[in-house]
Design a protein around this ligand. Structure first.
Ligand SMILES: [Zn+2]
Length: 276
């Protein structure tokens, strides 16, 4: 059974009451239940919950139920019926709603854990009155959750895709170019720079495909396809093990369907085959 849709929000009710959903992390693993084999964010009765819900962060409405994220500070006994699963393994199971809730919870909890003091004067921070943020009571600096923009680029020409692999990647698996956006850079500039740096070619006609939050640790991935213009493939020796052209009817092993890189490849292939 599906868990219902998730509507993110940062302002919860004044008091935590009744039945709530809670994404409880122990280290980088999260408690889930299963319904028909599918992962579900567990629900708790707030009046009878062994976890300290006062320390929880509000995440939004999950299937109409208020939903929170909580990081356990110490060892906890596993409540009956719950399973403790790594966040990456949970996301790879491919349930979009559960992945979105757990991914958001992880990023908010990690941000809260690492922003307990002002980065300027060192004073303990306090919650911001209006936003999902913490504030320094002394120098008034406001700290929002960190999001790192990442560009992803699939370069194509005629009936070929330019794919790369990093050392340590699954044997035989290839993916697209990716890198962090630099301060002061547009997405298009970043795409052209990353492609030039990683594989040594020039591109034109960048086409936006879509975006995906990726909570390892706090990336927002924005995916583009782009047409090859010029240049022989020269893989960046410091970052890549290999980069080369593949004919679209002889592609290597690709990332799982849950990754936006794979969705970008599939969309570009459909476009190329449609135009052929
Ligand atoms: Zn300060």
């Amino acid at each position: 059974m599906a868990q219902g849709s998730f509507v993110p929000g940062h302002r919860g009710p004044a008091r935590i009451e009744g039945r709530v959903s809670c994404c409880v992390f122990h280290g980088n693993r999260v408690f889930i239940t299963r319904d028909g084999g599918l992962p579900v964010i567990p629900q708790f009765d707030s009046a009878d919950c062994s976890f300290d819900l006062d320390a929880a962060h509000y995440l939004g409405l999950l299937g109409g139920t208020h939903c929170y994220g909580l990081a356990l500070q110490r060892e906890a006994t596993l409540p009956a019926g719950l399973e403790l699963l790594g966040l990456r393994a949970l996301i790879l199971e491919g349930n979009e709603t559960v992945a979105a809730v757990a991914g958001q919870a992880w990023q908010v909890l990690e941000w809260a854990r690492t922003h307990r003091h002002c980065g300027c004067c060192g004073a303990p921070t306090v919650p911001h009155a209006a936003d999902r943020a913490v504030e320094c009571p002394d120098c008034k600096l406001v700290f929002y959750p960190r999001i790192a923009p990442v560009i992803m680029g699939l370069v194509y020409r005629r009936n070929e895709l330019l794919l790369t692999r990093k050392p340590g990647y699954a044997p035989g698996r290839y993916t697209v170019v990716a890198g962090f956006v630099e301060a002061g850079e547009s997405l298009e500039q970043c795409l052209a720079r990353e492609v030039a740096e990683e594989v040594g070619v020039t591109i034109r006609n960048p086409r936006y495909f879509g975006s995906q939050p990726w909570p390892f640790p706090n990336s927002l991935v924005m995916a583009f396809s782009a047409e090859w213009v010029d240049g022989e493939v020269r893989p960046d020796q410091t970052e890549l093990e290999e980069a080369r052209w593949f004919a679209i009817d002889a592609l290597p092993d690709l990332p799982e369907a849950v990754h936006i890189s794979r969705q970008l490849i599939d969309d570009t292939l459909a476009r190329m085959r449609g135009a052929a």
